[in-house]
Design a protein around this ligand. Structure first.
Ligand SMILES: Nc1nc2c(ncn2[C@@H]2O[C@H](COP(=O)(O)OP(=O)(O)OP(=O)(O)O)[C@@H](O)[C@H]2O)c(=O)[nH]1
Ligand SMILES: [Mg+2]
Length: 312
């Protein structure tokens, strides 16, 4: 495996992790990112998808194999993003807890000059999957939070699924989760990034030892950048009773159309700074942007910390 000098690991666990990473890698060639994509699952499951020939993730390991092998690339990266569905505390979720704990401990004891962080991007199940699934998922969430530095939570019930078939609902979920990954990975990648940011800029707003939850707000694509940003603040994908307009820190990521003059982006930034900061309230803010495929629109994804950390 040839790795760039600094890279990020994206680790999909179980079926949900696989489907979301596959969606990402179908749209964007993983070689065009400074990230390495991994998929871990049960041996039998990997055999099944290999037969179908649809797998686009470069590095595939069975969980059985992982118990015996070390993957040094995981420990030497600037950070690891784990992606798993929490419905039922099954393969992906329990692997995330075990593996997350190992990587997080390793990062904490590391002597690297750059701060290494672990992050989990996880989903809570659709209501149509049943009440029991949800209860188990919420239990799993508590375990996951203790295992990684911070956890970005997406509640699938924020997707209007009532009119959708089960298949369509999961396809929507794949695109949503892959879009969130894009809003983290692409602003950090030369060739895509429009405002120069680094992995450290992404993690600093959520800085803590372990256990922080992060809420993500996903906006609609709009020609007006301010409306687009407000739509993201209106659409938190995990409730937790917070007002995204009144928090202490922000990572604001924009997919920016290539025909939009940068002065328009500046207008949105100035608007946000004026509206959401004051003498009494000065949140920590990082703006990021990457080039969008839609030439004339802005599309914002906003990340904010939810609760206090366990480990400070
Ligand atoms: N986005 C997306 N989410 C899914 C998909 N399949 C399942 N999920 C979600 O992920 C949760 C966990 O399910 P899986 O990912 O299938 O579970 P697993 O980790 O493979 O564990 P096992 O059941 O032991 O195989 C479910 O409750 C769903 O909410 C999918 O194809 N796409
Ligand atoms: Mg599975």
């Amino acid at each position: 495996m040839a790795f760039p000098e600094r890279w990020l690991n994206i680790v999909g666990l179980g079926r949900m992790g696989r489907e979301v990473l596959n969606e990402f890698c179908s749209e964007i060639n993983p070689r065009e990112t400074e990230a390495e994509f991994f998929y871990f699952d049960k041996h039998s499951e990997i055999e099944e998808v290999r037969k179908k020939g649809t797998l686009r993730i470069n590095n595939v390991f069975s969980l059985e194999e992982l118990e015996k092998t070390e993957i040094p690339q995981l420990k030497n990266a600037v950070g690891t993003i784990f992606v798993a569905g929490l419905g039922g505390f099954k393969t992906g979720a329990s692997a995330l807890v075990n593996f997350g704990r190992e990587i997080t401990t390793c990062y904490k004891n590391s002597s690297k000059i750059y701060a290494q962080n672990s992050l989990a991007l996880v989903s809570l199940p659709f209501d149509f999957e049943g009440k029991r699934m949800r209860e188990k998922a919420l239990e799993a969430l508590e375990e996951v939070k203790k295992a990684v530095d911070f956890t970005i939570i997406v509640d699938y019930n924020k997707i209007p699924w009532q009119e959708l078939t089960v298949r369509k609902a999961f396809e929507r979920a794949n695109r949503l989760m892959s879009g969130i990954l894009k809003s983290i990975i692409l602003p950090l990648t030369p060739g895509w990034q429009m405002i120069c940011v680094d992995w450290v800029d992404f993690v600093v707003p959520f800085e803590c030892s372990t256990g922080r939850s992060v809420c993500v707000g996903v906006g609609e694509p709009k020609e007006d950048g301010i409306e687009a940003l407000e739509s993201a603040l209106d659409n938190p994908l995990y409730g937790a009773g917070i007002d995204m307009r009144k928090v202490g820190a922000y990572f604001l990521s924009c997919a920016l159309g290539e025909n939009i003059p940068f002065s328009e982006m500046e207008r949105v930034i100035n608007y946000f700074m004026e509206k959401y900061t004051s003498e009494e309230r000065e949140p920590f803010i990082i703006f990021a942007a990457y080039l969008n495929n839609e030439p004339n629109t802005f599309e914002w994804t906003v990340f904010v910390p939810v609760d206090t950390c366990l480990g400070i």
